[in-house]
Design a protein around this ligand. Structure first.
Ligand code: FE2
Ligand code: FE2
Length: 188
């Protein structure tokens, strides 16, 4: 079994413990990362490893600074799998910079891809994000405000190639949130 398959098995087992939304999130981050890596001149192996590992700390129940502690955790895991030092450093940078922390902006193409893929996956999870607002006890008005802020920050995180991929969904979400008006063609 290839090392990457061991990693997938480990992450998917963690997703299983955390509920369906996590499997869907991680798999879509991997899928979007690989799609962007195909379009751009980048190290596909680094992108794939970072996509699988980017939320490892959240999957283990540690939310605070998960990008910082997650980069260290990924280093430990990848060392045990004998990945080259250079690959490990590149993966660490992707994980450290994926979560919109202004102190750690993505500097490499691989890091920009993983940060974009992370944001892209949220455009597929509108209902899950709305549901989590309801679970937190937010009113309809608060839910609209939370979702509006969330999607604006996701949009800002996207690289130009990813903005093209998310454009239709972003506009649809803005329409649902009442931030965009559509002309009713039947009345024209
Ligand atoms: Fe994250
Ligand atoms: Fe994520």
């Amino acid at each position: 079994m290839a090392e990457i398959d061991n990693l997938k098995t480990m992450i998917l087992a963690l997703c299983e413990k955390n509920g369906w939304i996590w499997k869907s999130h991680i798999e879509s981050v991997v899928r979007y990362s690989l799609e962007l890596a195909d379009k751009l001149d980048s190290d596909k192996k680094v992108v794939e490893l970072a996509a699988w590992l980017h939320d490892i700390e959240k999957l283990e129940g540690k939310r605070e600074n998960h990008h910082i502690t997650g980069a260290k955790k990924a280093e430990k895991i990848l060392k045990t799998m004998n990945y080259p030092e250079e690959t490990i450093e590149k993966v660490k940078h992707c994980i450290l910079t994926h979560s919109s922390d202004k102190n750690y902006p993505p500097k490499t193409i691989e890091a920009k891809i993983v940060a974009s893929a992370d944001a892209l996956s949220h455009f597929d999870n509108f209902l899950a994000l709305a549901h989590s607002c309801a679970v937190r006890g937010e009113s309809i008005k608060e839910t609209k405000q939370s979702l509006s802020r969330k999607y604006e920050s996701c949009w800002d995180k996207l690289m130009p190639e990813a903005k093209i991929m998310a454009d239709t969904k972003y506009n649809a979400i803005k329409l649902i949130l009442g931030e965009k008006q559509v002309l009713d063609k039947r009345r024209l």
